[in-house]
Design a protein around this ligand. Structure first.
Ligand code: 7TS
Length: 412
């Protein structure tokens, strides 16, 4: 069944506003997504009825809050098909999740001359934590490059993967190129080489069905705010055996079993990693976001975005002077499309589109090594989600022609 995006849009109150006297078209979903009324209601309900600290009180509100928070963890588990809630850690977001892996697993398991294999298309959040670990351990950071089409170069990956490789850390979907990397196949190759497989799922988990058992990744990081949930909440999935053997990154309240004067013991998984009062409302609302996504259907969301790309990409390709980065075949492109218009700085382009009510991002998209490889300082980027429609695509195309016209003739 195809998604009825016109109907879904009604659930997102923020979309119904004018920006610069034009109805808003929100195409910055790779940065963050909007929240449906159902998620706002969950947040509101929690603070109106159940607010209390979790895991410590015996009073009714504390029990309700704890139950709702742990219920949300179970929803996350089911959503990515993890085997146990012990494998689901609440974090602040993808960035925190990746830092935890680097600081806990990385620092403990890497030594000088070991290699960490990442790719040139990584977000800074999947680069800098590894740089830091490499600096501290003497391990070496190795980059996989791109094919001329802008996809991950599998031959280069295979050439650089060796018995020295201890960690492979790759994004599932690029936040610039709009490509999906074959992480299942890559995980298998990583395992054959004796490495673990870390997947940055920030741009994939919100957009397609995910099964961590099938992917056989060792860790998966993603953010709630990119999948209709609030900011400040995210997930680190890790295989239980790995997490059991790892030390927490943060210490303090909540995560302890018993505190002696000079040493302490930790709670069991997943709580041993979760020091301090967590983002309770955020976790519960992420559960609400998952309920919403499940109701729409992840396969349906993936299909909807593919339909939008099949509709809009050929139209973008027809605009003279417009360069699109990543694969040119709509079937290979996710709902993230980065582009530049000849003679117009991407920031000016994004500002001009905003004048038409169309919100896109411009900049380096926290992927400076990638932009270096593409030899551009910045790009504009449109990114789609379940509430975007063909009418939104039409508005983007019309706004691009209007911008082109303005910059060539000075008549906006
Ligand atoms: N990894 C990828 C692939 C991302 O796209 C992002 C955020 C992150 C990690 C970090 O996520 P966070 O929630 O911890 O910030 N990407 C973007 C973007 O493309 N525009 O703004 C944020």
């Amino acid at each position: 069944m195809r998604i009825n995006a016109e109907k879904l849009r009604q659930d997102f109150p923020i979309l119904f506003q004018e920006v610069n006297d034009e109805p808003l078209v929100y195409l910055d979903n790779a940065a963050t997504t909007q929240k449906p009324q159902q998620v706002l209601d969950v947040l509101n309900h929690y603070y109106h009825h159940d607010n209390a600290n979790v895991h410590r009180g015996v009073h009714t509100l504390a029990e309700r809050a704890t139950h709702a928070y742990e219920d949300a963890r179970e929803k996350v588990r089911a959503f990515i098909h993890a085997k146990s809630t012990k494998e689901i850690l609440f974090t602040r977001g993808t960035t925190t999740s990746l830092n935890w892996i680097a600081q806990s697993y990385g620092l403990k398991n890497l030594k000088a001359h070991d290699e960490i294999l990442i790719s040139i298309m990584e977000h800074h959040s999947n680069i800098i934590p590894w740089q830091q670990v490499a600096l501290k351990t003497g391990a070496k950071l190795v980059y996989v490059g791109l094919t001329p089409e802008g996809e991950l170069d599998l031959a280069d990956f295979k050439a650089k993967l060796s018995t020295r490789t201890k960690i492979v850390a790759l994004t599932h979907a690029s936040n610039v190129l709009g490509v999906l990397n074959p992480v299942k196949e890559l995980a298998q190759l990583a395992h054959e080489a004796g490495a673990i497989m870390v997947v940055d799922g920030a741009q994939s988990v919100p957009h397609l069905p995910i099964d961590v058992v099938e992917l056989d990744c060792d860790f998966l990081a993603f953010s709630g705010h990119k999948m209709l949930g609030p900011t400040g909440i995210g997930i680190l999935y890790g295989k239980q055996a790995l997490l059991e053997a790892m030390e927490p990154v943060e210490f303090g309240g909540e995560m302890i079993d018993f505190v002696h004067l000079y040493e302490s013991t930790w709670k069991e998984l997943p709580w041993k990693f979760e020091a301090g009062t967590p983002n309770i409302a955020g976790g519960i609302a992420l559960g609400g976001a998952i309920d919403y996504l499940n109701k729409v259907g992840m396969a349906e969301i993936q299909q909807h975005e593919a339909d939008l790309v099949a509709y809009v990409l050929p139209q973008l390709q027809k605009i003279p002077g417009l360069t699109i980065y990543g694969p040119q075949d709509p079937a290979k492109h996710t709902g993230v499309i980065a582009f530049n218009l000849a003679g117009v700085h991407p920031h000016d382009l994004a500002t001009a589109l905003d004048m038409e009510g169309v919100a896109v991002r411009a900049g380096h998209h926290c992927a400076q090594p990638l932009l270096g490889a593409l030899a551009v300082p910045a790009t504009a980027r449109a990114s789609f989600y379940l509430y975007n429609t063909q009418a939104d695509c039409d508005r983007l195309i019309a706004a691009l022609y209007a911008t082109k016209e303005f910059f060539s003739h000075g008549t906006f």
